[in-house]
Design a protein around this ligand. Structure first.
Ligand SMILES: C=C(OP(=O)(O)O)C(=O)O
Ligand SMILES: [Mg+2]
Length: 418
Protein backbone atom coordinates (compact mmCIF):
# COMPACT_ATOMS: atom_id res chain seq x y z
CA UNK A 1 0.00 0.00 0.00
CA UNK A 2 2.72 2.48 1.07
CA UNK A 3 4.50 2.21 -2.25
CA UNK A 4 1.60 2.13 -4.73
CA UNK A 5 2.39 4.57 -7.53
CA UNK A 6 -0.06 7.48 -7.68
CA UNK A 7 1.63 9.75 -10.18
CA UNK A 8 4.54 9.94 -12.61
CA UNK A 9 5.75 13.32 -13.87
CA UNK A 10 8.36 13.92 -16.52
CA UNK A 11 10.10 17.22 -17.21
CA UNK A 12 12.87 18.65 -19.35
CA UNK A 13 15.86 19.95 -17.39
CA UNK A 14 19.39 21.20 -18.11
CA UNK A 15 22.43 18.99 -17.95
CA UNK A 16 25.98 20.10 -17.17
CA UNK A 17 26.76 20.71 -20.85
CA UNK A 18 23.71 22.93 -21.26
CA UNK A 19 21.84 20.25 -23.18
CA UNK A 20 18.36 19.08 -22.33
CA UNK A 21 17.73 15.87 -20.46
CA UNK A 22 14.87 14.25 -18.64
CA UNK A 23 13.94 14.26 -14.96
CA UNK A 24 11.22 12.04 -13.53
CA UNK A 25 9.19 12.32 -10.31
CA UNK A 26 7.37 9.29 -8.98
CA UNK A 27 4.78 9.83 -6.25
CA UNK A 28 3.56 6.92 -4.16
CA UNK A 29 0.96 6.73 -1.44
CA UNK A 30 3.66 7.32 1.20
CA UNK A 31 6.73 8.40 -0.73
CA UNK A 32 8.44 10.32 -3.46
CA UNK A 33 11.37 9.64 -5.80
CA UNK A 34 13.13 11.92 -8.27
CA UNK A 35 15.85 10.97 -10.75
CA UNK A 36 17.46 12.52 -13.82
CA UNK A 37 19.29 10.90 -16.72
CA UNK A 38 22.86 11.78 -17.73
CA UNK A 39 24.30 11.65 -21.27
CA UNK A 40 27.63 10.53 -22.70
CA UNK A 41 29.87 12.17 -25.31
CA UNK A 42 32.17 9.21 -25.97
CA UNK A 43 29.38 6.67 -26.13
CA UNK A 44 29.70 2.98 -26.98
CA UNK A 45 27.93 2.06 -30.22
CA UNK A 46 26.05 -0.77 -28.50
CA UNK A 47 24.56 1.39 -25.74
CA UNK A 48 20.79 1.74 -25.73
CA UNK A 49 19.58 4.84 -27.62
CA UNK A 50 19.40 7.81 -25.23
CA UNK A 51 16.34 9.62 -26.62
CA UNK A 52 13.54 8.87 -29.08
CA UNK A 53 13.85 10.52 -32.51
CA UNK A 54 11.97 13.64 -31.35
CA UNK A 55 14.40 14.17 -28.45
CA UNK A 56 13.40 15.22 -24.95
CA UNK A 57 10.40 17.16 -26.26
CA UNK A 58 8.84 13.96 -27.61
CA UNK A 59 9.20 12.43 -24.16
CA UNK A 60 7.41 15.33 -22.51
CA UNK A 61 4.58 15.51 -25.03
CA UNK A 62 4.01 11.84 -25.86
CA UNK A 63 5.86 9.44 -23.64
CA UNK A 64 4.86 10.78 -20.24
CA UNK A 65 1.19 9.86 -20.66
CA UNK A 66 1.96 6.37 -21.93
CA UNK A 67 4.30 5.59 -19.04
CA UNK A 68 2.16 7.10 -16.31
CA UNK A 69 -0.99 5.33 -17.44
CA UNK A 70 0.84 1.96 -17.23
CA UNK A 71 2.66 2.62 -13.96
CA UNK A 72 -0.04 4.30 -11.86
CA UNK A 73 -1.50 1.63 -9.58
CA UNK A 74 1.60 -0.58 -9.72
CA UNK A 75 3.70 -1.10 -6.60
CA UNK A 76 7.04 0.74 -6.77
CA UNK A 77 8.53 -2.06 -4.67
CA UNK A 78 8.05 -4.41 -7.62
CA UNK A 79 10.94 -2.82 -9.41
CA UNK A 80 11.64 -5.79 -11.65
CA UNK A 81 8.03 -5.88 -12.85
CA UNK A 82 8.11 -2.17 -13.53
CA UNK A 83 11.37 -2.49 -15.49
CA UNK A 84 9.75 -5.26 -17.54
CA UNK A 85 6.70 -3.12 -18.23
CA UNK A 86 8.95 -0.26 -19.37
CA UNK A 87 10.74 -2.59 -21.78
CA UNK A 88 7.43 -3.96 -23.03
CA UNK A 89 6.01 -0.49 -23.65
CA UNK A 90 9.18 0.38 -25.55
CA UNK A 91 9.13 -2.81 -27.56
CA UNK A 92 12.59 -2.37 -29.15
CA UNK A 93 15.95 -4.05 -28.41
CA UNK A 94 17.74 -0.73 -27.89
CA UNK A 95 14.96 1.21 -26.11
CA UNK A 96 14.77 3.62 -29.04
CA UNK A 97 11.06 4.31 -28.82
CA UNK A 98 10.93 5.52 -25.19
CA UNK A 99 14.62 6.40 -25.07
CA UNK A 100 17.07 4.69 -22.70
CA UNK A 101 17.41 7.94 -20.76
CA UNK A 102 13.65 8.02 -20.11
CA UNK A 103 13.68 4.42 -19.01
CA UNK A 104 16.65 4.86 -16.68
CA UNK A 105 15.20 8.02 -15.10
CA UNK A 106 11.86 6.26 -14.49
CA UNK A 107 13.54 3.12 -13.18
CA UNK A 108 15.70 5.07 -10.74
CA UNK A 109 12.87 7.37 -9.65
CA UNK A 110 10.66 4.32 -8.98
CA UNK A 111 13.39 2.74 -6.82
CA UNK A 112 13.84 5.98 -4.90
CA UNK A 113 10.07 6.32 -4.42
CA UNK A 114 9.89 2.76 -3.10
CA UNK A 115 12.74 3.43 -0.67
CA UNK A 116 11.13 6.69 0.44
CA UNK A 117 7.77 4.92 0.97
CA UNK A 118 9.44 2.89 3.71
CA UNK A 119 11.53 5.82 4.97
CA UNK A 120 14.71 4.19 3.82
CA UNK A 121 17.66 5.59 1.91
CA UNK A 122 18.04 4.07 -1.54
CA UNK A 123 21.34 2.30 -0.78
CA UNK A 124 19.69 0.42 2.09
CA UNK A 125 16.49 -0.36 0.20
CA UNK A 126 18.50 -1.91 -2.65
CA UNK A 127 21.51 -3.25 -0.76
CA UNK A 128 20.12 -4.24 2.64
CA UNK A 129 21.60 -3.68 6.08
CA UNK A 130 24.87 -5.37 5.24
CA UNK A 131 25.77 -2.97 2.43
CA UNK A 132 28.15 -0.92 4.53
CA UNK A 133 31.16 -0.43 2.22
CA UNK A 134 31.95 2.97 0.77
CA UNK A 135 33.56 3.02 -2.69
CA UNK A 136 36.85 4.79 -3.43
CA UNK A 137 36.40 7.75 -5.78
CA UNK A 138 38.22 7.83 -9.12
CA UNK A 139 38.74 11.57 -9.57
CA UNK A 140 39.15 13.22 -12.96
CA UNK A 141 42.20 15.52 -13.13
CA UNK A 142 43.01 16.25 -16.79
CA UNK A 143 40.51 15.97 -19.66
CA UNK A 144 41.35 15.18 -23.27
CA UNK A 145 39.73 13.45 -26.24
CA UNK A 146 35.99 13.91 -26.68
CA UNK A 147 35.70 15.73 -23.34
CA UNK A 148 38.02 18.59 -24.29
CA UNK A 149 39.17 20.92 -27.08
CA UNK A 150 41.28 19.98 -30.06
CA UNK A 151 44.75 20.76 -28.64
CA UNK A 152 44.23 18.72 -25.49
CA UNK A 153 45.76 15.24 -24.97
CA UNK A 154 44.30 12.30 -26.96
CA UNK A 155 43.84 10.33 -23.74
CA UNK A 156 40.37 11.21 -22.45
CA UNK A 157 40.81 11.03 -18.68
CA UNK A 158 43.81 11.31 -16.39
CA UNK A 159 42.38 10.01 -13.13
CA UNK A 160 43.55 9.36 -9.57
CA UNK A 161 42.47 6.98 -6.81
CA UNK A 162 43.31 7.74 -3.16
CA UNK A 163 43.98 4.09 -2.34
CA UNK A 164 45.43 5.01 1.08
CA UNK A 165 42.38 6.95 2.31
CA UNK A 166 40.80 5.71 5.50
CA UNK A 167 37.40 7.22 4.87
CA UNK A 168 35.48 8.94 2.09
CA UNK A 169 36.13 12.40 3.44
CA UNK A 170 39.90 11.84 3.38
CA UNK A 171 39.49 10.33 -0.10
CA UNK A 172 37.58 13.19 -1.74
CA UNK A 173 39.80 15.86 -0.21
CA UNK A 174 42.94 14.00 -1.33
CA UNK A 175 41.55 13.99 -4.89
CA UNK A 176 40.71 17.69 -4.65
CA UNK A 177 44.28 18.38 -3.45
CA UNK A 178 45.71 16.57 -6.48
CA UNK A 179 43.37 18.57 -8.72
CA UNK A 180 44.74 21.85 -7.28
CA UNK A 181 48.32 20.61 -7.51
CA UNK A 182 47.87 19.68 -11.15
CA UNK A 183 46.77 23.19 -11.99
CA UNK A 184 50.00 24.54 -10.48
CA UNK A 185 52.12 22.06 -12.41
CA UNK A 186 50.34 22.81 -15.71
CA UNK A 187 50.82 26.53 -15.11
CA UNK A 188 54.56 25.96 -14.60
CA UNK A 189 54.79 24.04 -17.87
CA UNK A 190 52.59 26.51 -19.78
CA UNK A 191 52.38 30.00 -18.22
CA UNK A 192 49.64 30.92 -20.74
CA UNK A 193 47.28 28.24 -19.32
CA UNK A 194 43.97 29.93 -18.57
CA UNK A 195 42.56 27.32 -16.20
CA UNK A 196 40.06 25.92 -18.68
CA UNK A 197 38.25 22.72 -17.73
CA UNK A 198 36.64 19.90 -19.68
CA UNK A 199 33.27 18.22 -19.42
CA UNK A 200 34.10 16.34 -16.23
CA UNK A 201 35.90 19.15 -14.41
CA UNK A 202 39.45 18.06 -15.25
CA UNK A 203 41.89 20.68 -16.53
CA UNK A 204 42.28 21.00 -20.30
CA UNK A 205 45.89 21.94 -21.02
CA UNK A 206 47.54 22.33 -24.40
CA UNK A 207 50.17 19.68 -23.66
CA UNK A 208 51.16 16.24 -24.96
CA UNK A 209 49.92 12.92 -23.56
CA UNK A 210 53.43 12.34 -22.19
CA UNK A 211 53.61 15.70 -20.38
CA UNK A 212 50.14 15.14 -18.94
CA UNK A 213 51.27 11.74 -17.60
CA UNK A 214 54.37 13.28 -16.01
CA UNK A 215 52.32 16.02 -14.36
CA UNK A 216 49.68 13.56 -13.15
CA UNK A 217 52.27 11.29 -11.55
CA UNK A 218 54.27 14.14 -9.98
CA UNK A 219 51.06 15.53 -8.45
CA UNK A 220 50.16 12.10 -7.03
CA UNK A 221 53.61 11.75 -5.44
CA UNK A 222 53.61 15.23 -3.95
CA UNK A 223 50.10 14.96 -2.49
CA UNK A 224 50.86 11.47 -1.17
CA UNK A 225 53.84 12.95 0.71
CA UNK A 226 52.04 16.08 1.87
CA UNK A 227 48.86 14.38 3.15
CA UNK A 228 50.26 10.96 4.02
CA UNK A 229 47.46 9.41 1.92
CA UNK A 230 48.63 7.27 -0.98
CA UNK A 231 47.14 8.49 -4.26
CA UNK A 232 47.70 6.48 -7.43
CA UNK A 233 47.42 7.49 -11.08
CA UNK A 234 44.85 5.92 -13.39
CA UNK A 235 43.60 6.48 -16.94
CA UNK A 236 40.59 6.22 -19.22
CA UNK A 237 42.02 6.20 -22.75
CA UNK A 238 38.54 5.96 -24.38
CA UNK A 239 40.47 4.48 -27.31
CA UNK A 240 37.38 4.05 -29.55
CA UNK A 241 37.63 7.82 -30.05
CA UNK A 242 41.08 7.65 -31.68
CA UNK A 243 40.78 4.27 -33.40
CA UNK A 244 40.86 4.73 -37.16
CA UNK A 245 38.89 1.80 -38.59
CA UNK A 246 40.16 2.38 -42.14
CA UNK A 247 43.83 2.36 -41.22
CA UNK A 248 43.12 -0.16 -38.42
CA UNK A 249 45.35 1.91 -36.18
CA UNK A 250 45.17 3.86 -32.95
CA UNK A 251 46.04 7.39 -34.09
CA UNK A 252 47.63 9.71 -31.52
CA UNK A 253 47.25 13.17 -33.10
CA UNK A 254 49.26 14.95 -30.42
CA UNK A 255 52.40 12.89 -31.10
CA UNK A 256 51.50 12.14 -34.72
CA UNK A 257 51.97 8.38 -34.28
CA UNK A 258 49.77 5.38 -35.13
CA UNK A 259 49.76 1.97 -33.50
CA UNK A 260 48.22 -1.37 -34.38
CA UNK A 261 46.74 -3.53 -31.62
CA UNK A 262 50.04 -5.25 -30.81
CA UNK A 263 51.86 -1.92 -30.56
CA UNK A 264 49.03 -0.50 -28.46
CA UNK A 265 49.36 -3.45 -26.04
CA UNK A 266 53.10 -2.70 -25.67
CA UNK A 267 52.50 1.05 -25.35
CA UNK A 268 49.84 0.74 -22.64
CA UNK A 269 51.82 -1.92 -20.75
CA UNK A 270 54.83 0.41 -20.75
CA UNK A 271 52.71 3.26 -19.38
CA UNK A 272 51.31 1.00 -16.66
CA UNK A 273 54.80 -0.17 -15.66
CA UNK A 274 56.54 3.21 -15.93
CA UNK A 275 53.92 5.16 -13.99
CA UNK A 276 52.66 2.41 -11.70
CA UNK A 277 49.10 2.89 -13.00
CA UNK A 278 46.45 1.51 -10.68
CA UNK A 279 43.57 1.42 -13.16
CA UNK A 280 43.32 1.67 -16.95
CA UNK A 281 39.97 1.96 -18.74
CA UNK A 282 39.27 1.39 -22.43
CA UNK A 283 42.88 1.05 -23.60
CA UNK A 284 41.46 -0.48 -26.82
CA UNK A 285 38.47 0.33 -29.00
CA UNK A 286 35.11 -1.25 -28.33
CA UNK A 287 35.59 -4.08 -30.85
CA UNK A 288 39.15 -4.98 -29.84
CA UNK A 289 38.44 -7.89 -27.47
CA UNK A 290 41.80 -9.43 -28.45
CA UNK A 291 43.73 -6.33 -27.36
CA UNK A 292 41.89 -6.32 -24.02
CA UNK A 293 42.57 -10.03 -23.52
CA UNK A 294 46.28 -9.70 -24.34
CA UNK A 295 46.88 -6.75 -22.02
CA UNK A 296 44.87 -8.44 -19.24
CA UNK A 297 46.98 -11.59 -19.65
CA UNK A 298 50.16 -9.51 -19.34
CA UNK A 299 49.34 -7.13 -16.46
CA UNK A 300 45.88 -8.10 -15.18
CA UNK A 301 47.33 -9.61 -12.01
CA UNK A 302 48.45 -6.21 -10.73
CA UNK A 303 46.46 -3.55 -12.59
CA UNK A 304 42.72 -3.00 -13.04
CA UNK A 305 41.92 -3.22 -16.76
CA UNK A 306 38.40 -1.87 -17.11
CA UNK A 307 35.96 -2.08 -20.04
CA UNK A 308 33.48 0.71 -20.70
CA UNK A 309 32.59 1.18 -24.39
CA UNK A 310 33.37 -2.50 -25.01
CA UNK A 311 30.77 -3.85 -22.53
CA UNK A 312 28.28 -0.94 -22.27
CA UNK A 313 26.90 -2.42 -18.98
CA UNK A 314 25.40 -5.23 -21.07
CA UNK A 315 25.65 -8.67 -19.47
CA UNK A 316 25.58 -10.54 -22.77
CA UNK A 317 28.53 -8.58 -24.10
CA UNK A 318 30.28 -8.90 -20.74
CA UNK A 319 29.85 -12.68 -20.99
CA UNK A 320 31.73 -12.62 -24.33
CA UNK A 321 34.53 -10.67 -22.65
CA UNK A 322 34.66 -13.05 -19.70
CA UNK A 323 34.98 -16.02 -22.05
CA UNK A 324 38.03 -14.39 -23.68
CA UNK A 325 39.62 -12.99 -20.52
CA UNK A 326 39.14 -9.47 -21.85
CA UNK A 327 39.57 -7.00 -18.92
CA UNK A 328 39.13 -7.68 -15.22
CA UNK A 329 36.71 -4.86 -14.43
CA UNK A 330 33.63 -3.25 -15.93
CA UNK A 331 32.23 0.27 -15.92
CA UNK A 332 28.62 0.34 -14.71
CA UNK A 333 26.59 3.18 -16.24
CA UNK A 334 22.85 2.55 -15.76
CA UNK A 335 21.88 4.63 -18.79
CA UNK A 336 24.01 2.47 -21.09
CA UNK A 337 21.57 -0.40 -20.51
CA UNK A 338 18.36 1.35 -19.38
CA UNK A 339 16.89 -0.34 -16.33
CA UNK A 340 18.14 -0.80 -12.78
CA UNK A 341 17.27 -4.51 -13.01
CA UNK A 342 19.57 -4.98 -16.01
CA UNK A 343 22.25 -2.86 -14.35
CA UNK A 344 22.09 -5.09 -11.25
CA UNK A 345 22.25 -8.31 -13.30
CA UNK A 346 25.39 -7.07 -15.06
CA UNK A 347 27.01 -6.25 -11.70
CA UNK A 348 26.07 -9.72 -10.47
CA UNK A 349 27.64 -11.44 -13.48
CA UNK A 350 30.77 -9.32 -13.09
CA UNK A 351 31.11 -10.26 -9.41
CA UNK A 352 30.53 -13.96 -10.08
CA UNK A 353 33.48 -13.81 -12.47
CA UNK A 354 35.80 -11.69 -10.34
CA UNK A 355 35.37 -8.63 -12.55
CA UNK A 356 35.44 -5.44 -10.45
CA UNK A 357 32.30 -3.31 -10.97
CA UNK A 358 33.07 0.42 -11.22
CA UNK A 359 29.94 2.56 -10.98
CA UNK A 360 30.28 5.66 -13.16
CA UNK A 361 28.84 9.06 -14.04
CA UNK A 362 28.58 10.31 -17.63
CA UNK A 363 30.33 13.34 -19.06
CA UNK A 364 26.99 15.16 -19.30
CA UNK A 365 25.56 15.04 -15.77
CA UNK A 366 22.98 16.59 -13.49
CA UNK A 367 23.01 17.04 -9.74
CA UNK A 368 21.24 13.69 -9.40
CA UNK A 369 23.07 11.69 -6.72
CA UNK A 370 21.60 8.23 -7.39
CA UNK A 371 24.85 6.56 -8.49
CA UNK A 372 26.39 7.20 -5.05
CA UNK A 373 23.62 5.00 -3.57
CA UNK A 374 23.97 2.39 -6.30
CA UNK A 375 27.72 2.05 -5.70
CA UNK A 376 27.11 1.39 -1.98
CA UNK A 377 24.13 -0.93 -2.61
CA UNK A 378 26.09 -2.97 -5.19
CA UNK A 379 29.23 -3.07 -3.02
CA UNK A 380 31.30 -1.54 -5.85
CA UNK A 381 34.86 -0.87 -4.69
CA UNK A 382 35.22 2.14 -7.01
CA UNK A 383 33.02 4.99 -8.21
CA UNK A 384 34.06 7.27 -11.06
CA UNK A 385 32.39 10.61 -10.62
CA UNK A 386 34.91 13.42 -11.06
CA UNK A 387 36.62 15.45 -8.35
CA UNK A 388 35.11 18.93 -8.49
CA UNK A 389 32.15 20.73 -10.13
CA UNK A 390 28.55 20.90 -8.88
CA UNK A 391 27.25 17.87 -10.75
CA UNK A 392 30.28 15.80 -9.65
CA UNK A 393 30.34 16.85 -5.98
CA UNK A 394 26.61 16.05 -5.77
CA UNK A 395 27.64 12.37 -5.75
CA UNK A 396 30.80 12.79 -3.65
CA UNK A 397 29.06 14.80 -0.94
CA UNK A 398 26.24 12.25 -0.89
CA UNK A 399 28.85 9.56 -0.16
CA UNK A 400 30.07 11.64 2.79
CA UNK A 401 26.48 11.73 4.10
CA UNK A 402 25.98 8.01 3.50
CA UNK A 403 29.18 7.19 5.37
CA UNK A 404 28.01 9.26 8.32
CA UNK A 405 24.64 7.48 8.30
CA UNK A 406 25.94 3.91 8.27
CA UNK A 407 27.00 2.92 11.79
CA UNK A 408 29.64 0.37 10.82
CA UNK A 409 30.72 1.81 7.49
CA UNK A 410 34.18 1.14 6.12
CA UNK A 411 35.97 1.74 2.88
CA UNK A 412 35.52 -1.03 0.31
CA UNK A 413 38.24 -3.59 -0.26
CA UNK A 414 40.27 -2.59 -3.28
CA UNK A 415 41.96 -5.07 -5.58
CA UNK A 416 45.77 -4.97 -5.81
CA UNK A 417 46.46 -2.94 -2.69
CA UNK A 418 48.70 -4.25 0.03
C1 LIG B 1 32.28 8.98 -18.47
C2 LIG B 1 32.73 8.72 -19.69
O1 LIG B 1 32.41 9.49 -20.77
P1 LIG B 1 31.01 9.54 -21.51
O2 LIG B 1 29.97 9.78 -20.49
O3 LIG B 1 31.21 10.68 -22.46
O4 LIG B 1 30.85 8.22 -22.19
C3 LIG B 1 33.63 7.58 -19.96
O5 LIG B 1 34.04 7.37 -21.09
O6 LIG B 1 33.96 6.84 -19.04
MG1 LIG C 1 35.11 5.47 -20.25
Amino acid sequence: MESIIEDVRVRKILDSRGNSTVEVDVVTWNGFGRAAAPSGASTGSREVVAFPSGGVDEIITEVEDIISSELIGMDAEDLQDIDLVLKEIDGTENLSSLGGNTVVAVSMAVAKAAASSYNMPLYRFLGGNLATCIPYPLGNMINGGAHAGKNAPDIQEFLVVPTGAEDISEAVFANAAVHKKIRELIQKKDPSFTGGKGDEGGWVPNISNHDALEIQVTACEEVTDELGVRVRPSLDLAASEFWDSEQEKYVYKQENVSKDTGEQVDFVREIIETYDMYYVEDPFHEGDFEGFAELTAQVGDSCIICGDDIFVTNREILAEGIAMGAANAIIIKPNQIGTLTDTYLTVKLARENQYTPVVSHRSGETTDETIAHLAVAFGAPLIKTGAIGGERIAKLNELIRIQEEIPYSRMAELPFTE
